[in-house]
Write a protein that binds this ligand. Sequence first.
Ligand code: C5P
Length: 490
Amino acid sequence: MSQTDVAALITALGGRVSLQTLLGVGPSAISNYLARGALPNRARPLICQALQERGYQIDPQSLRITALPAVKSRQVQLRRMRGASLLLIIGGGIAAYKALEVSRRLQDHGITVTGVMTKAAQQFITPLSLSALTAQKTYTDLFSLTDEAEMGHIRLARETDLVLVVPATANLMARTAQGLADDLATTLLLATTAPVIMVPAMNPAMWAHAATQANLTTLRNRGVEMIGPVAGDTACGEEGEGRMSEPEAIVTATLARLARADSTGDFVGRHALVTSGPTVEPLDAVRFISNHSSGRQGHAIATALAKRGADVTLVSGPVNIPDPPGVETVHVETAEQMLAACQAALPADIAVCTAAVADWRARDQVSGKIKKRPGTTIAPSLSLTENPDILAQLSSHPQRPELVIGFAAETNDLQANASEKLRRKGCDWIVANQVLPDETGETVFGSMQNKVSLMTGDGQEEWPMMPKTELADRLVQRIIDTIGAAHAKS
Ligand code: C5P
């Protein structure tokens, strides 16, 4: 076995946390397996079985994957998702009211939501409102005899596909990290074997406190996934990191986790690599070359892939939008860093290069600030050198992803330039858009909308103007259809 084989197995199993949970080991054990390119013998039968359950064919001796799971259609995925059930634990914070919205949105996707509320949560919203919205009994009390007769707390903890904690207060996180079982919510969190997602919300100072950060690390190491918090105004009137993520982000991440958990997503076991945002190339200690890319399109594509069950690595330049939920985001600044992060993320099944990579960087490193010279109007001349082309390098890499997609932002001769790019860079598809402002003065950079042509080896399609999120969903559907068709042929 090699490091690459171990990495491929981890990807197929749904990521490092899945392997940790499967083998009952911590993150450092996984790093060790990767570094040695070997797995302990006792892990082999477990891994074989888990991969077979995910639809892979695997050689038990070499642990080599011999056939990938068949790609399922969107209809199958949606049908299966309709059967999913979720335990929604509501903690006692002002953001509790948003949990009601989350419960409604999840049900829109056919998910059965059963509510559990802590005592403190009932100071903010009532069990009756939650029951009215979920059409299910809401559980509040560990020692309620009728509940124990009807549905014991162990059954409640086990008969769910996912546990979602909204909001996860500092207190609830601390009690869970300690393994306390002093009320129904913490007992369920201790008894469950389902994946757990927590959505923290608290005052920024409480979030930054060493105790909360230590609890966060403990919970993450045990495989608890976190959504947010994000920076912004908090209910206590202070600004900073601690504000709960918005219901839409919570629902997206939850759908992604469910798709991975029950292996029904079209992309379960697949690894997708997406680049997004601009790169920033320093000219001296304070100045840089960059561009107006907002990262919205790339981030939306990463989100859309995660929603369909893919393990997504998003390599992003500096942007002002939050990391997409359910996606591993690697933050970089320069093109060289972006290339290194992409290479480190391989192997991947799909690569979508959405980033607006700066074409040039300063040839020489300047450590301080280039000074204006008094008495002269002659500006300093800049020597530039070309940046590596990440898309071209991924397209010709020995571990080339099965499908490599580039973007082409053009100001003129859109079609001709995009076709030339398809050939020159060696990618499979180009998504081309006109970046000059339209008649209303709006540009695609930073806008919520986009209008593109899709060029594949088979021809060209004009897509109408649509929100970037919709474009992402549509592109991902095309990817699924294409990769699925390729597997059906082979
Ligand atoms: O050559 P141009 O910048 O127009 O190509 C655009 C496409 O190539 C985009 O997909 C972009 O992400 C990618 N690209 C890259 N590395 C570069 C330049 C562009 O990956 N250095």
